[in-house]
Design a binder for this molecule. Structure first.
Ligand SMILES: Nc1ncnc2c1ncn2[C@@H]1O[C@H](COP(=O)(O)OP(=O)(O)OP(=O)(O)O)[C@@H](O)[C@H]1O
Ligand SMILES: [Mg+2]
Length: 253
């Protein structure tokens, strides 16, 4: 059974059609990239999965949860198992790396525990272990605004991992990074899916990166799914269909 099933998803923002009849599945541990030009609907698709925004039609079933029909309490449960990684990191700049990573545990807390920052010894040990694996031990007590972009994104990954997620959604995780830092981030994400069995769904602007790292690539154009297959099947003609570029070059938007 698939971990994630998106079925006939549709989304309108007032009169703007952002998604239309999008269906696909993601298996446990699978690494799937979503490519498409600017405005194609990639971010909308990701945000509908954890219900940061509501679908206009269709369903999202994650780990057995019918995400858009769940009452609030259960939605909270489901969301605990979905990590999010953003282009601009979304860290609390004046807090340390360790504090930011521990925020990944907030979904497991009641409000008071969360406000008081009450984390168990186990949670702290787990956070320290993950920070170590991401090569950030020396940065543990540094404020996040003192870090490089690549380091910040590794904090973002660590924060997602302490959630003990089954799925990690990444919205252009490398768009603000230099090629070297981008490779480190992509290698970590690939390792997470392969070694930890966590599914990764990542929006990317670089077709070559999607081809190199993914088990499967999904192409969206004008809110519609126009390709879903293994990267080897992504021929020049298909890239042309997705991006609508004149020469079908392997380029972004
Ligand atoms: N909050 C919003 N209100 C109204 N329209 C929106 C909103 N967010 C997105 N849209 C529109 O929905 C469509 C899809 O946008 P979306 O941000 O999902 O595209 P994207 O593929 O992520 O683009 P990019 O590569 O630039 O990030 C676009 O036409 C966009 O203008
Ligand atoms: Mg986007």
């Amino acid at each position: 059974m698939a971990l994630l099933e998106v079925e006939r998803a549709g989304k309108y923002y007032n009169d703007t059609r952002a998604l239309h009849d999008v269906s696909f599945k993601v298996k446990k541990g699978e690494f799937v990239s979503v490519i498409g030009r600017s405005g194609a609907g990639k971010s909308t698709l990701l945000r509908c999965i954890n219900r940061m925004i509501d679908l206009t039609s269709g369903t999202v079933v994650f780990d057995g949860y019918d995400m858009h029909r769940l009452p609030k309490g259960e939605l909270r449960h489901a969301r605990k198992r979905i990590g999010m990684i953003f282009q601009h990191y979304n860290l609390v700049n004046r807090q340390t790396v360790l504090e930011n990573v521990l925020h990944g545990r907030l979904g497991y807390k009641n409000d008071i525990q969360g406000i008081l920052g009450m984390y168990s010894e186990d949670e702290k040990r787990q956070a320290v272990g993950i920070i170590d694996k991401l090569g950030l031990s020396d940065e543990m007590y540094r404020r996040c605004d003192a870090l490089s972009g690549g380091q910040k994104q590794r904090v973002g990954i660590a924060r997602a991992l302490v959630q003990d997620p089954r799925l990690i959604l990444c919205d252009e995780p490398i768009a603000s990074l230099d090629p070297g830092s981008a490779k480190v981030i992509m290698d970590h994400l690939r390792g997470i899916s392969r070694d930890l069995g966590i599914s990764v769904l990542v929006n990317l602007h670089q077709v070559d990166v999607a081809v190199k790292y993914s088990d499967r690539v999904i192409g969206v154009r004008g809110g519609e799914l126009v390709f879903d297959g293994e990267p080897e099947r992504l021929k020049k003609r298909t890239v042309y269909e997705i991006y609508g570029t004149e020469d079908g070059e392997l380029v972004g938007d």
